[in-house]
Write a protein that binds this ligand. Structure first.
Ligand code: ATP
Ligand code: MG
Length: 276
């Protein structure tokens, strides 16, 4: 069996009937074969994830690239196009290229977070500020769909050591989703409080909600419940995986409570700075 293992064959097993040194040796060989098999299947799993990732990235980039190309060709092929039509095509081209650049930005963010090097620049900050600026930056998006954003902040600052840009991205990805997956004229809530030595950010909507079977998967890269619908809304399925990475890198956690048709509540928990 040792010779077989040396050749890379880990399928053999010995039946152990003795308890002396030979028996122990047989047991050790069986264990070695077992763990070698586990390592190999883990390698296969990682390789598969990598391959899926490359396939997903290529597919996501291909769609807007094909769209831009089609739009450009239409303009080129039709020199007598009215100015109005040309404007329309150009606006579409601009939208698609913005989408492309946001996909690439998200991918770079993810890869930097995953490699874990120097992405986060921590400083002492006030989470109230982070929430306020996020709400301001998405005010137009909310207004366009006539959605009211109800903000509730504590009176005192919520201080923690963190990366301001990264944490702003967390709140804005979550608020962006709440707006995107809510109907027009809806209301969404964003709340911040301190609880058991943790800062809790809560983003609640009364939108489409999430089925239990999708609940854990939505944090995976590229996972979208309704691919067609999400893409129509300009989504790539990277927002929540970025959220999760950033929150974990801050020693925090994120969870979601949701019932289909009734809405969702996302909660982010972050360790706060002990200010006496
Ligand atoms: N508040 C929500 N209500 C209902 N479904 C949601 C909500 N937030 C996320 N989802 C579901 O989870 C999926 C993944 O969310 P995520 O933010 O990662 O991607 P996205 O919004 O589709 O695209 P991106 O954020 O990259 O622009 C969404 O496509 C959607 O199906
Ligand atoms: Mg999103």
């Amino acid at each position: 069996m040792a010779e077989a293992q040396a050749q890379g064959d880990y399928d053999q097993r010995l039946s152990i009937t003795r308890s002396d040194e030979i028996g122990k040796l047989a047991g050790a060989l069986n264990q070695m074969a077992e763990s070698a098999r586990d390592r190999m299947s883990e390698l296969h799993r990682l390789e598969q994830i990598r391959r899926d990732f490359v396939a997903n990235v290529s597919h996501e980039l291909k769609t807007p690239i094909a769209a831009v190309r089609g739009l450009v060709e239409t303009v080129i092929d039709d020199p007598k196009m009215t100015d109005e039509d040309r404007e329309r095509f150009l606006a579409k081209i601009r939208n698609q290229s913005m989408r492309l650049s946001s996909i690439v930005t998200d991918l770079l963010t993810l890869s930097q977070l995953e490699s874990g090097n120097g992405m986060l620049e921590t400083e002492l900050l006030d989470l109230c500020e982070v929430v306020r600026s996020t709400v301001t930056s998405l005010a137009q998006t909310a207004e366009a769909r006539n959605i009211r954003v109800e903000v509730r902040l504590p009176e005192d600052p919520v201080r923690l050591l963190g990366d301001e840009d990264a944490l702003s991205q967390v709140t804005s990805n979550l608020l962006d989703n709440a707006l995107k997956y809510s109907p027009r004229d809806a209301e969404v809530w964003i709340r911040l409080r301190q609880e058991n030595g943790k800062a809790v950010i809560e983003i609640q909507d009364r939108g489409v909600g999430i089925e239990p079977r999708d609940r854990d998967r939505i944090f995976e890269r590229f996972y979208r419940v309704d691919k067609a619908r999400s893409r129509e809304l300009g989504g790539t399925g990277l927002g929540l995986s970025i959220v999760k990475h950033i929150v974990l890198a801050h020693g925090g956690a994120v969870d979601v409570e949701s019932s289909p048709g009734a809405g969702s509540t996302f909660r982010v928990f972050l360790p706060v700075e002990n200010s006496a």
